[in-house]
Design a protein around this ligand. Sequence first.
Ligand code: HEC
Length: 249
Amino acid sequence: MARACSLQSEYWLLLRFVWGFAVCDDVDAAFAAIARSIARYEASREMSPFSSKFDLYLAGEVELTDSEKRGLSLFKGEAKCDTCHAIAGAVKGGPALFTDFTFANIGAPRNPENPFYDQPPAINPLGEAYVDLGLGGFLATRPEYAEYAAANEGKHRVPTLRNVDRRPRPSFIKAYGHNGYFKSLEEMVHFYNTRDVLPRCAANDPGEKVTCWPAPEVPRNLDADVGDLGLTLAQEADIVAFLRTLSDR
Ligand code: HEC
C-alpha cells in the first residue's frame, strides 16, 4: 500500500503519474523523487527567468541609471564583490549567476534573534552557546573530511545575489546572511565597507550597524579581502542601487 504519499496531498496522483506507481511504496524513494522534481522546477525558466533589469541591460534593451552604473562598476572593481559573487556565468555564455560557488567567512555577527537558540535541547543541545560553524561544522561530521574542518569553520557558500531585493511587498523586511543578522542591503554593504574600520560595539550600543560592529560569529578564517573597502556612503548607495536591478520581473 502507498504509505509514503498522503492522499490528502494535492500532488500524490501527479507524483505517481510522473515517477511511476511504485514511487510511493518506499519513503526514501518518494522523498528522492520529490526532491528531484523540486530541483528540476527550481532550474526551470519559471523560477529563474533571468528577466531582471540587469539582464535587459546586458541585452541592450534598457539603460541603467547613473547610480546603478556606478554601482555596477564598483561591484566589479573597487568593492571586489565580483570576486565571489561572480558576474561571469558558471557556464560559458550562460547568464550571470552572481556566485562562484566557493565558501567564505565574511565575519557576519551572531544574530541573537535567531529562533534556533530557543529550540528544545533535542534539536539545539547548546542553547544560546550554539555557534554555526558553516562548512567546517559539516566537514567535522564526516571522518573522511574531518582534517579540513578547522580551516573551513565559519565559511558559508557564496549565495547568488539574483532577486536579493525581491520581496512580497515593499514593507517586508528580509533577513540576510546565514543567520539573518543583516536586515537591509544598506546594512550589508556598509558592513563589507567598514567591518575592519569601525570599532567593536559595546553591549546594547546604539551605534550598532552604523558606527560599530559586533564581533563575528566565527572569528576564524575571516576573509581579508572585504572589511575595509574605502568607499564613501554615496558609493555604498550606488552598490545598493545596482543590487536592486537584479530582481526578476
Ligand atoms: C570573499 C567572498 C565575498 C565577497 C568579496 C563578497 N561577498 Fe557577499 N557574500 C559572501 C558570502 C560567503 C555570503 C554569505 C555570508 C553568510 O551567510 O554569513 C555573502 C552574502 C552576501 C549578501 C546576502 C545575500 C543573502 O541572500 O543573504 C549580500 C547582499 C552580499 N553578499 C553582497 C555583496 C556585495 C555587495 C559585495 C561587495 C561589496 C560582496 N557581497 C562581496 C561572499 C562574498
